[in-house]
Design a protein around this ligand. Structure first.
Ligand SMILES: *Cc1c(COP(=O)(O)O)cnc(C)c1O
Length: 401
């Protein structure tokens, strides 16, 4: 059949929104459907034994069994690789499953990793408490201290890991410098760019080897799914893909359908998240009841220069300290806002608010919280895509109480 669908268009090289809508999909689908079907199949049939042999001999690319991936997942993997500007993407059932899959595939007993200490706390916990049981050695150095990171590199170092921007302090890593450290010492680099997203940061263009996202956050974007993704070179991802087939941390066809659907509006959502984040950060920075605002787009932010040079927008996450407030008065501000819901997570259409002391660090001692840089009066607000003026009016009334 010839027609419009045969006219070539390189959607995987298209600009963000065009790729978000079209990349990774076949133009001609089952039953001429415009959307991709959801294949609810745990297994896939072969017409005869000769076909099985052809498949096993790698002569026939096709599906085999659900633990090795499914067609819906492959579509979304191709879309995510296109959005990130990488060769290949590998989806997992959650962001943490992606972290576990990559680190287990890459590291063996005796190997070492170096992390910035503002990495996602469960990633640090995986390295310090669990990979250590298999003989992997972890060195944590202060975030964005490149000299300390370089000093921690040894001949056994296999991976340099950071998040950027970090959570909740929103420190911004100079990705080219980070990638340069890896190249200089022959060590792969991994950036967890969950907070950055391919809209705001471009780690692969900066020379980073692996980019990881909790797709639960901005990529899925609707607070309705868990997923994780790693983007990187095809050959480096192949052993990770094989291990995923053993770990079994694949997505259900329904789940990746939701992710692919959420991605269609990725650029539109990011524009509003960025606009809301900036407006809320500026509003809070000029409010007399606020002691400090952490937002990479504010000139007062310690990493403003790096952020301005390397980020297209500064995201929807804003962290701030309430002036002269103890933990209870801070909790009262959280309780007084009416639009944002109290919940962990970030990056969805609904604004979410939390006090880190209460939500994630309640069981820590005050000394540990000091070490992590979590004061009692800290609030983290993930701006959703609600109307900007409504969000600011809501914060105004909450702070006036
Ligand atoms: C949420 C998050 C993760 C973990 O992702 P899940 O999808 O919850 O497993 C990892 N890194 C960052 C920066 C996150 O925000």
């Amino acid at each position: 059949m010839s027609g419009k669908d045969d006219q070539p268009y390189e959607f995987d090289k298209a600009r963000l929104s065009t790729a978000a809508v079209h990349a990774g999909e076949e133009r001609q689908k089952n039953a001429s459907s415009i959307t991709d079907p959801i294949f609810c199949a745990s297994t896939y049939t072969f017409p005869d034994s000769a076909s099985v042999i052809e498949f096993v001999e790698h002569k026939l690319p096709r599906e085999e069994y659900g633990r090795y991936g499914n067609p819906s997942e492959r579509v979304v993997e191709r879309k995510l690789a296109a959005l990130e500007g990488g060769e290949a993407a590998l989806l997992f059932s959650s962001g943490m499953a992606a972290v576990v899959g990559l680190l287990m595939a890459k590291l063996s007993g005796g190997d070492e990793v170096v992390l910035f200490n503002e990495c996602y706390h469960r990633t640090r916990e995986l390295c310090a408490k669990h990979l250590s049981r298999f003989g992997v050695v972890t060195h944590e150095v202060p975030a964005c201290d490149y000299e300390a990171m370089e000093r921690a590199i040894t001949p056994r170092t296999r991976l340099l890991i950071s998040e950027s921007p970090t959570n909740p302090h929103l420190s911004v890593v100079d990705l080219e410098r980070f990638a340069g450290l890896g190249r200089k010492h022959g060590v792969d680099t991994l950036i967890d760019a969950t907070l950055g997203t391919p809209y705001n940061v471009r780690p692969i263009e900066a020379g980073i080897d692996y980019v990881l996202h909790s797709a639960t956050k901005y990529l899925g974007g609707h607070n309705d799914l868990l997923a994780g993704v790693i983007i990187g070179p095809t050959d480096k991802l192949e052993p990770v893909r094989k291990l995923r087939g053993i770990l079994g941390s694949v997505n259900s066809p329904h789940n990746v359908y939701l992710l692919g659907r959420g991605l269609k509006t990725f650029e539109l959502r990011m524009e509003r998240h960025n606009a809301n984040g900036r407006a809320v950060a500026e509003f809070l920075a000029s409010h007399p009841r606020i002691e400090r605002v952490y937002y990479p787009g504010l000139e007062t932010h310690p990493y403003y220069d790096v952020a301005k040079r390397t980020m297209r927008g500064f995201g929807g996450l804003v962290t701030f300290l309430v002036k002269d407030a103890d933990w209870k008065q801070t909790a009262a501000v959280v309780d007084a806002v009416r639009i944002p819901r109290i919940a962990p997570s970030l990056g969805g259409v609904e604004s979410l608010i939390e006090q880190p002391l209460v939500m994630s660090y309640y069981e820590c001692t005050p000394e540990e919280r000091r070490q992590f840089g979590i004061p009692d009066n800290m609030i983290r607000l993930s701006c959703g895509v609600e109307n900007t003026e409504d969000l600011i009016a809501d914060l105004t009334q909450a702070l006036e109480r």
